[in-house]
Design a protein around this ligand. Structure first.
Ligand code: G3H
Ligand code: 13P
Ligand code: ZN
Length: 330
C-alpha cells in the first residue's frame, strides 16, 4: 500500500471547499506523458494554481499506472523546485470498476472517479457506494456521475445527452457518500461537441453553439446546496489551433467546443472541477504538425515535442487565468 499523503499529494476535499467559496474551478488536466506533465506543472506553478492530474483507463494502458504515479510524485518535487508548493491531486478519470478504483487507492491516487453513469440508477448507487466505502478508509475522495454525456464516454457511445435529473441528485449523494458529482448539462467529450447545424453564427461569422443547461445546474444546486459539481467534456476547441492543424495537413472537420464564457460562468457557480483533455491534444498536435511540415529534415523528438509542450503550457496558463479563475488560489 502506497498512501498518497506520503507522496506529497492532497485529496480534493479542501480544494473544492475553497473553490466553492471563491467562485472558481480547479483545473483537471489529463496526462499520458512527460511533456504534458511538464506543461501542466509549469503552467500551474507560474499561475499559482491548484491542480488535479488525471489518469484515464486509456492513459493507464498507454503509459502504465505505476510510471504515471511516479510522475505525479515527481511533479510534487518538480513544483517545489520551480519555486512554488501548489496543491496537487492525482485522480483516476472515468474508473469503471471497483477493482480499478481499489488498485488506484492502493498505489497512491488521492482521488478516484467511479463512473456508473451508464448503469441503471440502483446499480450506479451500489457500485459508487462500494467505492466510497473503500476509498474513504484511506481518506481518498470519490467523484460519481449521474446523467450521460453525448459522444464517446468510457468506450460507450451515446447519440444524445441524457441530462442529469435534478430529482435524483440528493438521493444519490446521500446514499453513496460521494465527495463530488459529475453532471450532464450539454458538454461532451472530444473535439466535435456540436454539429454546425446546431449552432448559430454571430456578427463575426463565428459558429456559436447552444447554451449549456444552466437551468438544470441551478435546480441541482437548490437540491444539494454547497455540494461540489464536476463538468466533464469542457474543452473549448480553439479555432486558431484547429486552423494550424488543418493548414499543416490535418483534417479536423467541424470541430466545435464549449465557449469559454460559459465555462467561466460555470466556474463561478457550484462547479468546482472542470475537465479538459481535448484542448491539450489540439495544442500539441498543432505544434507537432507545424514543425514536421516546415522542417521536414527534423528528426529529434525534442524539436517537435518541445514546441508542443510550449503550446500546451500557454493554453493551460490562459485557462487558469481567464476561464477557470484558479490562478493565485494555490
Ligand atoms: O474523458 C476522457 C479523457 O479525455 C481521456 O481520454 O480515455 O482517450 O485517455 P482517453
Ligand atoms: P474534453 O474531451 O472536452 O477535453 O473532456 C475531457 C474529460 O472530460 C476528461 O474526463
Ligand atoms: Zn470525462
Amino acid at each position: 500500500m502506497v498512501h498518497y499523503k506520503d507522496l506529497g499529494l492532497v485529496n480534493t476535499r479542501e480544494m473544492f471547499a475553497k473553490a466553492f467559496k471563491g467562485g472558481y474551478a480547479i483545473p483537471a488536466y489529463n496526462f499520458n506523458n512527460l511533456e504534458q506533465m511538464q506543461a501542466i506543472i509549469q503552467a500551474c506553478v507560474e499561475t499559482s494554481s491548484p491542480v488535479i492530474l488525471q489518469v484515464s483507463s486509456g492513459a493507464r494502458k498507454y503509459a502504465n499506472q505505476t510510471l504515471l504515479r511516479y510522475m505525479a510524485q515527481g511533479a510534487v518535487e518538480y513544483a517545489a523546485e520551480l519555486g512554488k508548493k501548489i496543491p496537487i491531486a492525482l485522480h483516476l478519470d472515468h474508473g469503471d470498476t471497483f477493482e480499478l478504483c481499489k488498485s488506484c487507492v492502493e498505489t497512491g491516487f488521492s482521488s478516484v472517479m467511479i463512473d456508473g453513469s451508464h448503469l441503471p440508477y440502483e446499480e450506479n448507487v451500489a457500485l459508487t457506494k462500494q467505492v466510497v466505502d473503500y476509498a474513504h478508509k484511506y481518506d481518498v475522495t470519490v467523484e460519481g456521475e449521474l446523467g450521460v454525456l453525448a459522444g464517446i464516454e468510457d468506450d460507450v457511445a451515446a447519440a444524445e445527452h441524457i441530462y442529469t435529473r435534478p430529482e435524483d441528485v440528493k438521493d444519490f449523494v446521500s446514499k453513496t457518500g460521494v465527495d463530488s458529482l459529475a453532471i450532464s448539462i450539454g458538454t461532451s467529450h472530444g473535439a466535435n461537441k456540436f454539429k454546425p447545424e446546431q449552432c448559430t453564427r454571430n456578427a463575426d461569422g463565428v459558429l456559436v453553439p447552444p447554451e449549456l443547461r444552466f437551468d438544470i445546474l441551478e435546480e441541482i444546486e437548490q437540491r444539494i446546496p454547497g455540494f461540489p459539481i464536476v463538468l466533464h467534456g469542457s474543452s473549448s476547441v480553439p479555432q486558431d489551433l484547429v486552423a494550424v492543424i488543418n493548414k499543416y495537413g490535418g483534417a479536423l472537420k467541424d470541430a466545435i467546443g464549449i465557449p469559454e464564457e460559459q465555462l467561466r460562468k460555470a466556474a463561478k457557480s457550484s462547479v468546482c472541477k472542470i475537465n479538459i483533455d481535448s484542448d491539450g491534444r489540439i495544442a500539441m498536435t498543432a505544434a507537432v504538425r507545424e514543425v514536421l511540415h516546415t522542417k521536414p529534415a527534423e528528426f529529434d523528438p525534442r524539436k517537435y515535442l518541445g514546441p508542443a509542450r510550449d503550446n500546451l503550457k500557454k493554453i493551460y496558463i490562459h485557462k487558469n487565468i481567464n476561464v477557470l479563475g484558479s490562478a493565485n488560489k494555490a
